[in-house]
Design a protein around this ligand. Structure first.
Ligand SMILES: [Zn+2]
Ligand SMILES: [Zn+2]
Ligand SMILES: [Zn+2]
Length: 162
């Protein structure tokens, strides 16, 4: 059961998000017989610093602070690609940036609610929506490989201020 993840828009203990993301990453890596190298882990931690998508340029700039040394850009890009491929991180096309996935390893619809004002982005899941989407795609005779919906607007806090 995929629960709605609205944490992005509310005060919460974010260390729990980071802890869960790292535990899931270790689990997914073990299942894929891959290694969560220090660089991969540092990139994941950096992306999970907040619920705001992080651009590749920002990752390049801030990674040395997390890793304690500098890394060549191609190595960083490969680490990002690895995390995306494993489903631990999503690329948000609208922002050309990366966001940690709260439900890695589970089939989900990748529905993103992106705040235009503060950038906070929530990934929400809904089984009824997943089923409806799959059915709509099936009816069209289309065989989909991925599905991703990016909705832009205002998060609750920004909507209140405006
Ligand atoms: Zn959090
Ligand atoms: Zn996801
Ligand atoms: Zn906002």
């Amino acid at each position: 059961m995929i629960s709605n993840s609205r944490a992005a828009y509310h005060l919460h203990d974010h260390r729990r998000c980071v802890g869960a993301a790292l535990a899931e990453a270790r689990h997914r890596c073990a299942a894929a017989r891959a290694r969560l190298t220090p660089i991969r882990e540092a990139v994941l931690r950096l992306i999970w610093e907040s619920h705001r998508p992080v651009g590749a340029y920002q990752i390049l700039r801030e990674l040395p602070r997390h890793l304690g040394r500098s890394v060549q850009p191609p190595t960083v890009y490969r680490a990002i690609d690895f995390l995306v491929e494993l489903g631990l991180v999503h690329r948000i096309a609208t922002l050309n940036a990366y966001l940690g996935c709260p439900f890695p390893g589970r089939e989900h619809s990748e529905l993103f609610l992106i705040c235009n004002q503060c950038g906070a982005t929530a990934e929400v899941g809904d089984e009824a929506l997943n089923a409806a989407l799959a059915e709509t795609v099936r009816k069209a005779g289309f065989r989909h490989h991925s599905q991703r919906i990016e909705i832009t607007g205002l998060c609750p806090a920004c909507a209140e201020q405006s």
